[in-house]
Design a protein around this ligand. Structure first.
Ligand code: ADP
Ligand code: ADP
Length: 229
């Protein structure tokens, strides 16, 4: 099943005199239940694409679809509902509320979701069943990021979009965070797209999409992962 499709997607930023072509025509399909990694140099357009797919930003041109629904010209209200009901986000910085413990941070999302997990269930899934009463300042960076992942998956999103979830972590801790994402993808078949520079992702991902100057440079398939799932 094709979950995301784009056709000639462009994004141009006007910054005074110069125009920046963050996306210069992207044709792409992302498949259900797959873990896809977006690679490429800084400034090649990866975040811009992820933000558009997640309904956080809008393209300048081209078209894109989530399943059968074209989102290219969706209203702000439709995009807000789409984000709330279908998308989980994980960013480089965990954005946990410092005055709330892990369970309460996850509960902020489950309180407003349509068919959520229990906060404890989400935290157990990321291996933090023993940290539910801890506050962010009492947890390591890797643990805080796993709370952020628990928060993102607790509403059972159709897609999980992760923009440099390992960017603030050392490489060992980053690899653990990516393993958590792989396990969620394996167990629930959550369609996942990840931007990361951590090399461990190459073995975990079904597909590697390499960006260069706002375009897709090439796509590699990980045959052993595709065969296994
Ligand atoms: P990547 O995620 O691959 O590092 P980005 O999508 O963040 O790339 O950025 C692509 C290009 O768009 C870069 O040249 C960046 O400077 C530019 N860009 C991104 N966001 C903005 C913005 N809000 N205003 C102006 N330029 C931007
Ligand atoms: P991990 O490798 O799982 O991310 P660490 O080995 O870095 O965890 O940390 C182990 C424990 O030490 C954590 O559970 C946490 O209680 C504590 N700890 C680590 N870093 C910090 C920190 N910056 N502030 C407070 N506690 C921390």
């Amino acid at each position: 099943e094709v979950v995301f499709r784009t056709e000639g997607l462009t994004k141009t930023y006007d910054t005074g005199e110069v125009q920046v072509h963050a996306l210069a025509g992207v044709d792409l399909e992302l498949f259900g239940s797959e873990l896809t990694v977006l690679l490429g140099p800084s400034g090649s357009g990866k975040s811009t694409l992820l933000n558009i797919l997640g309904g956080l930003d809008r393209p300048s041109g081209g078209r894109f679809w989530f399943r059968e629904t074209e989102l290219t010209r969706a209203s702000d209200r439709q995009l807000t509902r789409y984000r709330r009901d279908h998308v989980g986000f994980v960013f480089q910085f965990y954005n946990l509320v410092p005055s709330l413990n892990a369970r309460e941070n996850v509960q902020l999302v489950t309180d407003v979701a349509k068919r959520p997990m229990k906060p404890a269930e989400a935290l157990e899934l990321v291996g933090l069943g023993h940290r539910m009463d801890h506050f962010p300042a009492q947890m390591s960076g890797g643990e805080q990021q796993r709370v952020a992942i628990a928060r993102a998956i607790a509403k059972r999103p159709d897609v999980l979009l992760c923009d440099e979830p390992t960017g603030a972590l050392d490489s060992h801790t980053g690899t653990q965070v990516l393993s958590t994402l792989q396990r969620i993808n394996d167990e629930f078949g959550t369609t996942t797209a990840v931007i990361t520079h951590n090399a461990a992702i190459r073995l975990m991902a079904h597909r590697v999409i390499r960006f260069q100057d706002g375009r897709i440079d090439r796509i590699e398939e990980n045959d052993s992962r595709l065969a296994a799932t």
